[in-house]
Design a protein. Structure first.
Length: 108
């Protein structure tokens, strides 16, 4: 045999990784994605939905557009937010990002 033929021949007895080790590798990658990305996002979304469903009149809110105001009216999908005296704005319920909890005044 010449040298070229020897270079083209595949070595005998060496196999790639087994099917089980490949399944374990892919399963662990999927588990990491689930516990590091998907599960925390689902938890944050659940907390957001509970916050939006707990809105009531008088709550002070901040919208995604940066408007600060207090809720004066509630409908199924929209809120009526008062942002100044005699100025009321109708916003989507989903645009509320936070409910502002004002600090209580310190008593001496």
């Amino acid at each position: 045999m010449d040298a070229f033929t020897l270079l083209l021949m595949a070595p005998q007895g060496q196999e790639g990784p087994s099917l089980i080790s490949n399944l374990i590798l892919f399963g662990s990658i999927i588990a990491i994605f689930y516990f590091m990305i998907i599960r925390p996002q689902q938890k944050r979304e659940k907390e957001r939905q509970s916050m939006l469903s707990a809105l009531k009149k008088g709550d002070k809110v901040v919208t995604a557009g940066g408007l600060h105001g207090s809720v004066v009216g509630i409908e199924e999908k929209t809120l009526l937010v008062q942002i100044a005296d005699n100025v009321k704005v109708k916003v989507e319920r989903g645009s509320v990002t936070t409910i502002v909890k004002e600090a209580e005044p310190a008593t001496k």
